[in-house]
Design a protein around this ligand. Sequence first.
Ligand code: CP
Ligand code: NVA
Length: 321
Amino acid sequence: MTIPTMPLQHYLQFSDLTADDYAWLFERAAIIKRKFKAYEKYHPLADRTLAMIFEKASTRTRVSFEAGMYQLGGSVVHLTTGDSQLGRAEPIEDSAKVISRMVDLVMIRTFGQDKIERFAEHSRVPVINGLTNEFHPCQILADIFTFLEHRGLNAEGMPDPARLAGKTVAWVGDGNNMANTWLQAADLLGFTVHLSTPSGYEVDQAVAGVRSRESYKVFKDPMDACRGADLVTTDVWTSMGYESENEERRKAFADWCVDEDMMKAARPDALFMHCLPAHRGEEVAAEVIDGPQSVVWDEAENRMHVQKALMEYLLLGRVSS
Ligand code: CP
Ligand code: NVA
């Protein structure tokens, strides 16, 4: 019996896929979401196993990958640093060789991007970035899909990434993994990011891995970044792994709270997003995240739908069903 094999493709950062791949994924995510809502059984990954490795905490990433893999007919193995040999200094290369002989796909949430790259280098199966210090590509995949659902459907009701052209995303807050990934997405999909970060917390273009400054603009005042934006988005002031900087960040970020005035500066139909978990009264006012422009619950749910499309794509390629 011959089993079809896909060329090995990892998803370690947003720029690992092309604009054409993303158009495919957005369409598949919409189709897979419809099947889920209709309780239509769809098991293209029957007998496939996903290993999920968490070196940092998670709610959404764990639930969305785990539920998503089961819904596709596969199964899941959950590992953490504390309950595996990863926490006892087994080399990442050895772990990659062993784990990837037993499963079909690996999702990792870890610290430095170098760690996931080393794992991928020694893995026989596709590796997906479930968040590193530098990037969070699955989240931005969900965010853009959510934006398209609300503001960019074509006449057939399908997400149309061409509608991203000319759109502006305002990023208010830390120059972190989310901000870096937004920049990669803008570079690839043709929209603009307005960045406003406190001094000392700017995005480093080299770390973000973007080629030019054409797709983003930097603003000192967050209000200016929000002016005319189609989407306003933010994230926690202190990301996982940076907790020792909590107090100094609290002071530095005090003016970077997305409030109703910032939303008023944006376009009247602007959306608000936050990858969650959120701290009301810190990076976002309760009136904004719980207000009419917020789409954070759709955004969270869509993690599962886009990741199902991603897993299907990495393992089976461009299927039609
Ligand atoms: N947005 C996100 O990745 O959430 P979790 O940390 O809960 O996985
Ligand atoms: N920037 C945040 C995102 C959490 C989903 C972090 O890295 O902790």
